[in-house]
Design a protein around this ligand. Sequence first.
Ligand code: NAG
Ligand code: NAG
Length: 194
Amino acid sequence: MAPLSTLIPLLLAALASALPDVTPVQLYAGTCAGYPNWPQDGDRSGGFLLVPDQGDNSTVDGLITSVEALNTTVVDVTTVVASARTILQCYDTAVNSLYTGVPLYIADTDGADNGELGYFAAGKTPEIYEHQIDGVTQSGVFLGYGGVTAWAYSFVPSLGGAGNFDWFAMRLLDAQDGALNEGEFYGFLKVVAE
Ligand SMILES: *[C@@H]1O[C@H](CO)[C@@H](O)[C@H](O)[C@H]1NC(C)=O
Ligand SMILES: *[C@@H]1O[C@H](CO)[C@@H](O)[C@H](O)[C@H]1NC(C)=O
């Protein structure tokens, strides 16, 4: 049996978030240069998707983001592969729907919308980050704001009936280790070329 001194850190780690302790570093503030396939014409990126990554509930990883079935303002995570994917672009530092040009914002974390991502009338313009651990750049680029790339996800089971399906809600935290509400778990939101 392993000595207690080696077991205790393992037990503590199992209780805490498995989200890596990364330092988010914003890429090319003030331009779209950090987004995939930049530049197209002017300060415009190519199309990209947002994909949950490194979630503490790994079933969220690799799923696609889509507007909610019952609320076409809020972007969340669908479990239905056939759902319309939310395809975005960065243009003149704003993040827009690739097809409609409608901008996407992160709602204030202190308001009722609580850090959700969506086609709101106003809010915080999403930013793109890389992750570093001890100064070493990790793979992938991630969506966040204000130095934070950690999101709270929560599983929302289907109510049953036609057109209803399981999904995950998501909201950006106000700090990388921001507090979770009951039922939420940590994860990142990866930016992936379409
Ligand atoms: C994790 O996701 C699964 C669905 O993929 C769900 O059944 C389960 O309740 C979730 N667990 C937590 C803690 O969110
Ligand atoms: C959709 O959700 C947002 C954020 O929670 C809310 O502000 C808006 O009123 C909702 N819209 C509808 C049609 O329910």
